[in-house]
Design a protein around this ligand. Structure first.
Ligand code: ATP
Ligand code: MG
Length: 727
């Protein structure tokens, strides 16, 4: 056979193989695989400092449905917005126990890598998934969970844990996800999930931490958005009897809290099927019938709260005009109707030790109704997570003695968000992203540096933007934005969103990352409104409207409403509202401070584990398959700091391997020396690399590992190994 044909034959075979399992191929010839599909690791880019080359590589691969690419050990993915046949059981098998560079990039490779590190090094792992709304974080975290629950061995008598782990997702998504303009299934809460493994590597349990549910959605949705999925599932899928018992009309348009976004149905969502899925999941997780009934009583009661209306009588007193709603509220929430009605229209305050009751006007009554709806929903969500955690908890004493388990944590948390109007919620979400960026910087640079130091390898540090200054701006004690906000929330008298803005101007004016409409020369900056402030985030500039900041941060539910709720006969409600809270006159922590503390705790958890990163990219704003919007992608590449990650990795060594592992894999390439070699490992590696003709700049020998600067070196060695295999 002529050489060219043979080559073409091999080319076709290998490309097919490549597309199938993704085995890397570098071909000489007219159209190389690399021309078509780019490089599978950005470290291999010739022009690695060029953003254009980076994006072109992403685009080429995306066109070929190769949605995954590495930057060293960081996995970058581009949402395909279509089902790809790459997540089957067979695919999972291919990635088991295989090293990164031996097979094409894949989320299963990332999952497997963490699992192997957990097993061999006995160190807790975490996988941090980031990217903007709709980029594919939640789908990725579900695929990782599926990989572990499918491929890891099952523990005797505890096989059902796998199913329970998986089934936690539909439940949490029903209550915590919603259709937004960006994503039909947008997570409106942050989630960190630990998957626990025993010493044999069997999944044995899990634990979920949830962060800041966007509870304002319960009472208001922007045009084109929906409330949380569960409301529509209940109305669409709930049996006749159930809806009758709950006193609910099936049509979402009839319900005040569900019509704000004018978007009751979404073509990509089947609420009726999802209703079945969620109910099944609740059963598998271990909810009994009574609990499920009480849970949906609460969901129904929130809908009724939305339909509750108020009127003013001749004396100007506010009262509830919708008697039917009140009756259902009383029944479903298990509370006394007239007490609830009184609590929704009055406010109890204690001044100088004396208790006073003051009536609410119409507007205040509506606010107190909405506050109750948000409070009930948020607390129910927290209860749900606690209940799922009970079901996922491993109940073995040996485990609790802490000897035999290790965990892989999965972080799926809201990405950086910029809307036309950005409020308190975006402020919290973007602050969270600053913290994660800070962690990423510390961990990547720190761990790189530590390893080089431990191995005695000289290293040139790379310059990068340290966003600590922005984290401090937000969270610093006494003078950060949260501290100023809290101060205004606690200050009696004329405190308002505007005084909050003024205080920030006084304290933070002149800060390099904080801007208002006022310019130093007394003129006005047009790009920032009079009721706005702008933060220069690591990921870009965002204007925040201060409107509603104080209210949202205050997190207040009037005491008399809490009093009514903690007497509830609905067992879920009575667990959600407890007496101590009512007796305790101390002001509860503000929302921002609570969030700050929970983030600090999360950072501690993540710092104690060995991290892997996945960075998700959204290719277009239209949720369309195959469309690659370059401007949008470039923006994400920038703010995800991908070019910086690449520079850091390139400055160091792409791969490192223990001497033993390196010898084990490649010694067959030097048959004259092995198997009779009897020297020590370091000398063995030195001999082997000499035989393989590595140049001095390609590698360095540390104390226990060989460091290889370019992946290309390893690929050529891998090719040589491949070529030795019988065809
Ligand atoms: P948010 O921050 O709003 O929660 P997200 O990053 O979690 O967004 P996902 O919900 O994971 O985004 O993904 C959005 C949608 O994109 C999915 O509902 C799905 O239709 C599609 N999608 C994401 N990843 C994949 C994938 N690997 N294959 C096919 N479709 C995907
Ligand atoms: Mg999500």
């Amino acid at each position: 056979m002529p050489t060219s044909q043979k080559r073409n034959g091999r080319y076709v075979a290998e490309v097919t193989k490549y597309q199938e399992v993704g085995v890397r191929l570098v071909m000489e010839g007219a159209l190389t695989a690399r021309d078509r599909v780019g490089v599978q690791d950005f470290l291999l880019l010739e022009n690695y400092t060029s953003e254009a080359a980076f994006i072109e590589n992403l685009r080429r691969r995306f066109r070929e449905n190769l949605i995954y690419t590495y930057i060293g050990s960081v996995l970058v993915s581009v949402n395909p917005y279509k089902e790809l046949e790459i997540y089957s059981r067979q695919h999972m098998e291919r990635y088991r126990g295989v090293n990164f560079y031996e097979i094409s990039p894949h989320i299963f490779a990332l999952a497997d890598n963490s699992y192997r590190a957990l097993r061999t090094e006995r160190r807790d792992q975490c996988i941090l998934i980031s990217g903007e709304s709709g980029a594919g974080k939640t789908e990725a975290s579900k695929k990782i969970l599926l990989y572990y629950t499918t491929t890891c061995p099952a523990r005797e008598n505890n096989a059902s844990i796998r199913e329970r782990l998986l089934q936690s997702n539909p439940v949490l998504e029903a209550f915590g996800n919603a259709k937004t303009l960006r994503n039909d299934n947008s997570s409106r809460f942050g989630k960190y999930m630990d998957i626990q493994f025993d010493f044999k590597g069997c999944p044995i349990g899990g634990h979920i931490l949830n962060y800041l549910l966007e509870k304002s959605r319960v009472v208001h949705q922007n045009h084109g958005e929906r409330n949380f999925h569960v409301f529509y599932q209940l109305l669409e899928g709930g049996e006749e009897d159930l809806l009758k018992r709950l006193g609910l009309e099936r049509n979402p348009q009839q319900h005040h809290y569900l019509v704000k976004g004018c978007c009751p149905r979404v073509s990509s969502i089947n609420d009726r099927n999802d209703w079945k899925t969620v109910n099944k999941a609740l059963t598998i997780i271990g909810f009994n019938e009574a609990e499920v009934e009480k849970l949906f009583d609460i969901v129904g009661s929130v809908i009724h709260l939305g339909n509750t209306q108020f009127g003013e009588d001749e004396d100007g007193e506010t009262h509830i005009t919708t008697e039917t709603q009140l009756r259902y509220l009383s029944k479903l929430l298990g509370v006394n109707g007239s007490e609830l009605s009184q609590a929704l229209t009055h406010r109890k305050i204690t001044a100088k030790g004396e208790e006073m009751v003051s009536p609410l006007n119409l507007e205040q009554a509506i606010l107190s109704r909405d506050a109750l709806a948000k409070g009930v929903y948020r607390r129910t969500f927290t209860w749900l997570v606690a209940k799922i955690n009970q079901s996922l908890a491993f109940k073995d004493d040996i485990y609790y003695s802490g000897k035999c388990s290790s965990v892989i944590g999965l972080l799926d948390i809201y990405g950086f968000e910029v809307f036309q109007i950005n409020s308190f919620e975006q402020f919290c979400i973007n602050y969270c992203n600053e913290k994660l960026q800070q962690l990423l910087i510390e961990l990547t640079l720190k761990s790189e540096q530590e390893e080089y130091e431990a191995e005695g390898i000289a290293w040139e540090p790379v310059n990068y933007f340290d966003n600590k200054i922005i984290c401090d701006l937000v969270e610093e004690k006494h003078k950060g934005i949260i501290a100023i906000l809290d101060e205004e929330c606690l200050r009696p008298g004329d405190a308002s969103d505007i005084t909050f803005l003024e205080k920030m101007e006084d304290t933070l004016g002149g800060h390099a990352h904080f801007v208002t409409h006022k310019l130093a020369n007394g003129k006005t900056r047009k790009a920032v409104g009079r009721e706005e402030f702008r933060l220069l985030h690591y990921a870009g500039e965002v204007n925040y409207s201060t409107n509603g900041f104080l209210d949202k941060n205050n997190n207040l539910l009037y005491r008399n409403l809490k009093e009514v709720m903690c007497q509830s006969e609905n067992p879920i409600m009575s667990q959600c509202f407890n007496r101590e809270e009512v007796i305790d006159q101390k002001r509860p922590e503000t929302a921002a401070t609570q969030f700050k503390f929970s983030l600090a705790k999360l950072m501690e958890i993540l710092m104690s584990k060995e991290p892997s990163y996945m960075r998700c990219i959204k290719p277009n704003d239209g949720k369309q398959p195959g469309r690659f919007d370059e401007v949008l992608v470039r923006h994400q590449v920038k703010y995800l700091g991908l070019m910086e990650s690449l520079r850091v990795r390139r400055a160091g060594f792409a791969y490192r391997r223990h001497y033993q592992a390196f010898l084990q894999r490649y010694k067959s390439l030097c048959p004259d020396t092995w198997p009779s070699w009897e020297g020590n490992l370091a000398d063995g590696v030195a001999t082997l690399v000499k035989h393989l003709s590595y140049t001095p700049e390609e590698y360095k020998l540390g104390r226990s590992k060989i460091f290889i600067r370019f992946p290309r070196t390893l690929f050529i060695t891998e090719d040589a190994l491949e070529a030795r295999k019988p065809s």
